[in-house]
Design a protein around this ligand. Structure first.
Ligand code: C5P
Length: 280
């Protein structure tokens, strides 16, 4: 069976502050775009194996898909295994949640292949063990996320824009971004109205603020250039996803979006998602 693992973008990302466990509390809207990896899952007698179309990705216990299968085996006390093939389309380290989305597919569908019943709450806990973003990918809906990103509220949010995504062919390490942000802003995170209030008002300009942009742009000014270029092409708004390095623009006009797509495709990985996209 082939499953799709969609990428997300963060429509706004606010870091509230550092926690005693080393993580950060945040606020964000997680939104699926039309870009996806493809996973094939086949039940085995017990062995876990993994192959991937991208040779740069580790195909061993380090891989989140492998970790997900192993965690399921242990926690569900199952002796069956899985043969996982991964066709990777989502850029790695781009703030798009690709690895998390792949792992969530394994958590969602492998128990069914094994014919094992699971509780949603149990799977959510396993997801959080794998990474802060993984719980969001267990469900298909747009979500408002708090805490580490695992306290999720489903949102009926219409995004009536063409979304041009640009991945500039280099990645950003999330731990570095959080560390640098904390050092710079320690104790100085601004107090703002909740993102949920801005969503209620439909104020996209306020929603689409990503707290990582300042520190990430300081190290990678070319990302700010991409943001400005997307706006030049006619985007109504442009922002970074996660801790980067992907940038996106929201366009009202298809022609402008397609012109931007063509321009960025010459030097970067670029992708277009249609308005009000729903994953299938
Ligand atoms: O949870 P995940 O493994 O995706 O997080 C990667 C790193 O990003 C963590 O080790 C931590 O440094 C940072 N992080 C954080 N607060 C979050 C999410 C991630 O500090 N809410």
């Amino acid at each position: 069976m082939i499953y799709r693992a969609y990428a997300k973008i963060n429509l706004g990302l606010r870091i509230i502050g550092r926690r005693t466990d080393g993580y950060h509390n945040l606020e964000s809207i997680f939104y699926r775009i039309g870009l996806f990896d493809e996973l094939s899952l086949v039940k085995t007698d017990g062995k876990i194996s993994l192959s991937c179309s991208n040779p740069a990705i580790p195909c061993n216990e380090e891989n989140l898909c492998w970790k997900a299968a192993l965690l399921l085996q242990k926690k569900l006390d199952v002796t069956l295994g899985a043969d996982i093939s991964l066709k990777k389309n989502i850029p790695v380290g781009g703030g798009l949640g690709g690895g998390s989305s792949d792992a969530a597919v394994v958590l969602r569908y492998l128990p069914t292949l094994w014919n094992v019943e699971t509780e949603v709450e149990e799977i959510k806990l396993l997801a959080l063990e794998l990474g802060s973003d993984v719980p969001y990918f267990l469900f298909d809906s747009t979500s408002y996320g708090e805490g580490r990103g695992e306290q999720l509220t489903k949102l009926q949010l219409h995004v009536p824009y063409w979304i041009v995504l640009v991945y500039p062919n280099f990645h950003i390490a999330t731990p570095w971004a959080y560390k640098t942000l904390s050092e710079k802003r320690m104790g100085k995170f601004p107090i703002r109205p909740s993102l949920i209030d801005d969503i209620a008002l439909g104020d996209w300009k306020k929603i689409l603020v990503n707290d990582f942009e300042e520190i990430v742009f300081a190290h990678h000014p070319e990302l700010e250039d991409i943001k400005l270029k997307l706006l030049d092409f006619g985007a109504s708004f442009s922002a970074m996803s996660g801790s980067g390095s992907s940038m996106f623009g929201l366009f009202s006009r298809e022609n402008d979006a397609r012109a931007a797509l063509e321009y960025f495709s010459q030097t970067s990985f670029a992708h277009l998602t249609e308005p009000n996209f729903i994953p299938t």
